[in-house]
Design a protein around this ligand. Sequence first.
Ligand SMILES: C[S@@+](CC[C@H](N)C(=O)[O-])C[C@H]1O[C@@H](n2cnc3c(N)ncnc32)[C@H](O)[C@@H]1O
Length: 245
Amino acid sequence: MTKSPIGGNRSGRKLGQKVKKGKLKASSRRWIERHINDPYVQRAQLEGYRARAAFKLLEIDEKHKILAGARRIIDLGAAPGSWSQIAAKVTNSTDADPRVAAIDFLEMDPIPGVRFLQMDFLDPEAPDRLKEAVGGTPDLVISDMAAPTTGHRQTDHLRTMHLCEVAAHFAVDVLAPGGHFLAKTFQGGTERDLLNMLKQNFRQVIHVKPASSRAESVEMFLLAKGFKGRRAEEPSEPAEDAATE
Ligand SMILES: C[S@@+](CC[C@H](N)C(=O)[O-])C[C@H]1O[C@@H](n2cnc3c(N)ncnc32)[C@H](O)[C@@H]1O
């Protein structure tokens, strides 16, 4: 079970630490203070995960069971790599028999069993390269992609939503029947057309907000479970908003 670290300090490092006033801008100081005092950051270090994001995937999985049974996984927007670490573990992926493909335009230190492509997912060649790298039909596509921030909130929002949409179409193109798709989105941000498309292709479509996703953040995750397969083209009821948990 994924234990909430809130209230506990399992790394032995004190919470509530302050960063001395100095040359740092107040906003940078606040960011560092929040980071070093974040119990999920401390727990990620303790448990050997590269990012606190690991707990978002683990918490979602705890409730929705998307990792068990996954034999091949594609991880979009993978760096620094905590989701890929989990993916490699659950698929028993090794360098000799790789079962996880990951992509990011940033560098990522190697993870045994993960075939990493350093490229833009929006590059027209990316889908084929990922399909080839994963070595078979994936049963799970996970995307934690967030567009680099420009400082203009609405622009950032739209660009991340675009990544979510392209990832969803990619998932429908590659997944094995029964497979699942998980992607970062924003509260109220999922387009109706995208929800319609997912509802047509998956048995269940919901929005989830794990406890480890900061409450003040508008980040949510869109989870589409039970891919019906590429023959599922019969018209469906128009989508209502996806339920939120
Ligand atoms: C929140 S981080 C992912 C953290 C990761 N899930 C983990 O557990 O370590 C989002 C990542 O998406 C990547 N990203 C954003 N847009 C991308 C794109 N178009 N192609 C590839 N990667 C992208 C960013 O470079 C960033 O590393």
